[in-house]
Write a protein that binds this ligand. Sequence first.
Ligand SMILES: CC(C)(COP(=O)(O)OP(=O)(O)OC[C@H]1O[C@@H](n2cnc3c(N)ncnc32)[C@H](O)[C@@H]1OP(=O)(O)O)[C@@H](O)C(=O)NCCC(=O)NCCS
Length: 149
Amino acid sequence: MPLHWTSALDALDWEELSALYRAAPLGDKSPQGLKTAFTHSMFRFLVYEDGALVGAGRALADGIDCAYICDIAVLPSHQGTGLGRELVSRLVEASRGHRKIILYAVPGKEAFYEKLGFARMNTAMAIFQNQAQAVERGYLQAPREDPAK
Ligand SMILES: CC(C)(COP(=O)(O)OP(=O)(O)OC[C@H]1O[C@@H](n2cnc3c(N)ncnc32)[C@H](O)[C@@H]1OP(=O)(O)O)[C@@H](O)C(=O)NCCC(=O)NCCS
C-alpha cells in the first residue's frame, strides 16, 4: 500500500495523532496539546496508509539558527520498515540552512539517530517541567550538590 506524506493540518484528526503516540509508544499527549505543538512547528510530516495515520514527526525551527526535531513516532505495525528513517531525513532536509539541528532521544534510541548523522552534544542542558521525573527516566543527570564548582 503506498504511503501518503503531507504537512497539511486541516484534515488531521488530533485524536488519531494522540492515539499514534500512545501506540508507538511515545507517551500520553493530549489532542489539544498536539494541536498547539504541531501548529507552531515550522516543519512537520504526517504519513498515511490507506487513510490511516502511521507515522508523524515535527521540527520547531526559527528559520535561520536552530531547528529542534521532536515527536518522531511510527505505528508499531510499520516500525522497522524504514519509515522512521524517512521521517527524520525529511525533517533534516526541511531544516537545512539552519546552523544546527538538534534533538534528544528517548534513552536507548540514541543509535537510531546516530545512524542518521546526529552526534552527541557535550554541553546540552535542559530545564524540564518535572526535573525529578526527567532524572528518573534517564533524560537528565541528577543535579550536582554544588553547581558553582
Ligand atoms: C524509533 C522509531 C521512530 C524508529 O522508526 P522505525 O521506522 O522503526 O525505524 P527504521 O525502520 O526507519 O530504522 C532505521 C534504522 O534505525 C535502526 N533502528 C530503529 N530503531 C532503533 C532503535 N530503537 N535503536 C537503534 N537502532 C534503531 C534500524 O535498525 C535501521 O537501521 P539500518 O538502516 O542499519 O537497517 C520507531 O521505532 C518508534 O516510533 N518508536 C517508538 C517511539 C519512539 O521511541 N520515538 C523516538 C523518540 S526519540
